[in-house]
Design a protein around this ligand. Structure first.
Ligand SMILES: Cc1cc2nc3c(=O)[nH]c(=O)nc-3n(C[C@H](O)[C@H](O)[C@H](O)COP(=O)(O)OP(=O)(O)OC[C@H]3O[C@@H](n4cnc5c(N)ncnc54)[C@H](O)[C@@H]3O)c2cc1C
Length: 416
């Protein structure tokens, strides 16, 4: 059965991941009614991104969800580089960012904790038509608007018209395909192995920070302290057989080598899995009246935890610019194009290079001493330390929270 209904909202947002929900909330908070279409029956609960940078927390604060997110997360006040013998080569304290952000720390919490908060706020605006089990299968741009074809869980098709569509439908974006844009990602030479343990590693390994990069010729990996578990993330050369890497004995041996400080004390492995690391950047973030944000537009290695953060920044900047167009601002379309181009350029000039720099040369043991010495010099110079964390947190390229009346208005709506 199929039906053709009138436009449900000026803007359709496709995808209720963190990016689509944020964009929908930004639009609704500025008075723009939105239709949110999500193919799943409920919000995703898988473990994916877990890092929220200061720049993102500032923006989530403006949307009224940062405090609730923080209550569920682990606040990380320093980043540390150490070796397998427990020697700390460099440590940077997030307090150096105090003058630049309202949140001088990183927050470790699952992205699946953020999405319900955003959804609740979106409901509360009364301006959102939220459809789960609604898969977008077609999009035709007629020049003055987009006809979206959506299939529901019962197989019924609906056609709606929208002056703009914001595609936040993830890395396998159907909207990108429908618009005829390229979508092939380039895989990195390594994939990631993520080992999860409920053992409190900071009680076993003296001085281990909740964000620690172990850099050692014998093994390099990252350790992330979450509210109720720890993650160890290893890079594995792409040709390596995944089953062999995931064999319980192989995982245990890798963990024992990685945590000699915990020798003799059992580290219980709760889970181990691998995921691919790939790079992708859309050549343009717009196809007529379809705009792209988040993983639909860009992918990077998970090193540095930048991709979702950048996607949330896309959602805020694009949402604000689109709201201005719909308000009838004279320069609205020009500003929207500029915002989309800026978002793309941020990925090209900051997100991808910074993420890649985080793990570059890890396989070249001879370079390790000079890299660690350079990090030590950074840690010893307060200006260099602030600059490093400012950039690692994307504070130099993120949209800024609105100030003054506009900000007060958003906050009062968030807490009404
Ligand atoms: C293992 C792992 C670890 C990661 N760690 C980090 C990290 O630490 N820091 C970081 O910043 N990033 C990290 N990322 C990346 C992060 O998870 C993504 O960047 C983020 O989820 C992107 O959000 P999104 O809303 O753009 O897309 P998604 O979260 O993928 O959401 C897209 C939504 O669109 C829906 N959808 C798709 N097609 C359609 C359709 N045709 N119609 C309707 N709905 C549709 C999907 O069901 C989905 O709900 C990690 C990713 C992985 C896989």
């Amino acid at each position: 059965m199929s039906g053709d209904s009138a436009s449900r909202g000026p803007v359709a947002v496709v995808g209720a991941g963190p990016v689509g929900l944020t964009a929908a909330l930004v639009l609704a908070r500025t008075g723009v009614p939105v239709t949110l279409l999500e193919s799943r029956e409920t919000l995703a609960t898988e473990s994916r991104a877990s890092t929220f940078h200061p720049s993102t927390l500032d923006l989530l604060d403006e949307l009224g969800v940062a405090a609730a997110l923080r209550r569920q997360g682990r606040t990380v006040d320093r980043v540390q580089w150490r070796d397998l013998d427990g020697l700390v080569h460099a440590e940077l304290d997030y307090s150096v960012l105090s003058g630049h952000t309202g949140h001088p720390y990183r927050l470790h919490v699952e992205q699946a904790r953020l999405t319900p908060l955003l959804l609740a706020e979106l409901h509360a605006t009364g301006l959102a038509d939220i459809r789960f089990g609604a898969t977008v299968t077609g999009a035709e741009d007629g020049g003055d608007g987009v006809r979206l074809r959506t299939r529901d869980a019962a197989g019924r098709t609906t056609v709606t018209r929208h002056p703009y569509v914001l595609a936040a439908d993830g890395s396998r974006s159907r909207l990108r395909e429908l618009a005829g844009l390229p979508g092939t990602a380039e895989e990195y030479p390594d994939y990631a192995l993520r080992v999860v343990t409920g053992t409190p590693l900071d009680e076993l390994v003296p001085g281990l920070a909740a964000l620690a990069y172990v850099r050692d010729a014998r093994a390099s990996f990252s350790a992330l302290g979450m509210p109720d578990h720890w993650r160890l993330i290893f890079r594995i050369p792409r040709g390596t057989d995944r089953d062999a890497v995931l064999a319980p004995d192989a995982v245990r041996a890798r963990v024992e080598q990685a945590l000699p400080g915990a020798a003799g004390r059992a580290v219980r492995v709760a889970d181990a899995h691998t995921y691919r690391l790939a790079r992708f950047l859309l050549p343009r973030y717009r196809a007529g009246r379809v705009l792209f944000a988040g993983d639909a537009a860009h992918l990077t290695s998970t090193a540095g935890g930048l991709n979702m953060n950048c996607g949330l920044h896309d959602a805020v900047e694009t949402g604000r610019a689109l709201a201005a167009v719909l308000r009838g601002d004279a320069q609205g379309e020009t500003a929207l194009d500029a915002a989309l181009e800026r978002r793309r350029s941020v990925v090209e000039t900051a997100v991808i290079p910074r993420s890649e720099a985080r793990t570059a040369g890890l396989d070249r043991a001879a370079e390790l001493p000079s890299r660690l010495a350079s990090l030590r010099r950074t840690a010893e110079d307060p200006h260099a330390a602030a600059d490093y964390l400012f950039k690692a947190s994307l504070l130099d390229v993120a949209p800024r929270p609105l100030k003054g009346e506009a900000h007060a208005d958003l906050v009062s709506q968030a807490h009404r």
